[in-house]
Design a binder for this molecule. Sequence first.
Ligand code: FE2
Length: 510
Amino acid sequence: MPPARRNMLAKILLSAASLLLAHLQHFLLALMQFIPGFKNYLPSPPKEQTLCHRPRGLQCISPLVQSVEETPEPIPAKIKGHIPKWINGNLLRNGPGKFEFGNDKFNHWFDGMALLHQFQLTHGTVTYRSRFLQSSSYLANSQHNRIVASEFGTLAMPDPCKSIFGRFLSRFEPPQPSDNASVNYVLYKGDYYVSNENIFMHKVDPETLETKEKVDWSKFIAVNGATAHPHYESDGTTYNMGNSYGKHGSSYNIIRVPPQGSSPGDTLEGAQVLCSIPPRDRAKPSYYHSFGMTENYIIFIEQPLRLNLLKIITSKLCGKAIFDGINWEPQHNTYFHVVNKHTGEALPGQWCSKPFVTFHQINAFEERGCVVLDLCCQDDGTSLALYTLQNLRRSGEGLDQVYAAIPRAFPRRFVLPLDVDSDTPVGKNLNPLPHSLARAVKEADGKVWCTHENLHPEGFEKVGGLEFPQINYSHYNGRRYRYFYGCGFGHLVGDSLIKVDVETKDFKVS
Ligand SMILES: [Fe+2]
């Protein structure tokens, strides 16, 4: 064979061998599909790429979402740096601390049993203690060594000791609200409670963390729960919001609880519903986690993250968890409702914006006939479903993908002009505040279309957005203010502390 032809043949064979090697993996995988038993070990086909960007290798945080033992007796805490000696008192926190009973495991981060934490600061030293909330859910799960009470993302399975018919019938029982109050500490009449967002709260002792008394909102006023982020007046009056569900559908209710009890054992006696607001769709009220309060007004944000009541009521029957009934519906706008907190009267104006979701408001205040409302906002309302324990316990590329899929939250300012009527011109920016770039424009249908102003500069995306905002509450809630603090989200959980100057938009990260 001539050398030229030999070379050509060698090149062809080499190319064929390379091609075969390159496709050998696919060839073998294809072959394995036909071998019984091997199919289950094949890797999943690549899913459609829907991620907005590729994050870097995030540290696995699985140890943070494992069950822990309680620490009822105080132990000394390790301190990095130093704590000023003038800071004295108890830092109280609440959150999930137990994620399984027997062989049953919870699905969602919010399902874990409430563990109450206390960091006691005394002259520069810190001690720590924790106790599990003795809720009915915790006690029943512990007694049966399995999950018997459904939570937000976990449907409790029927008792295996029941007959098949009994288990079938239990599917038709309506879902019972859990009293696992794992979201926040709240204050009513000077007493400490822990709360989630449903009908039950628990009074607790802030010194010993002992569970004192279970309180049912519906025994005092016609609501089926209240948020875990109420607002407080300086005299101790507490404002909150909660839904009610009647034969005509649902309502949003603004609640006021007086500052003092009339007798020592008081809980919510004297609570009132100040105002009821009908949802835009009474079968699908919005989910809300907090609201705004100024000196004279309550501001409620009706966002297109909706509770599908039919889905929730039938969730047990359909074998679904409650959170499957919370849906992001971005075909609807976000609406603002302003209510005079002294009279309970809802202002007639209609303010709206493009769809967004807010979980935590930062602050709100009145200025020159407007309400200024600062919120942490996400343009996509799908994040709740992503905080499953399975996702939080991922590592490597899987963890990076979860992070990339979670919408980021950014601080934004809305300005709502209150004096809008038929004489107000259409198409003109009604925001008179020289320090704010937010816009509020009356449209032909009378609604005021609000466009936010960013409370952050360019490049803020690098810190991963900001959530869990805090202000100097006792001095500035409801008043014009300058600084707020929050957690940066360079991970699935907060991984930095950020201070923002709302006037200059400068921020510091530590
Ligand atoms: Fe919250």
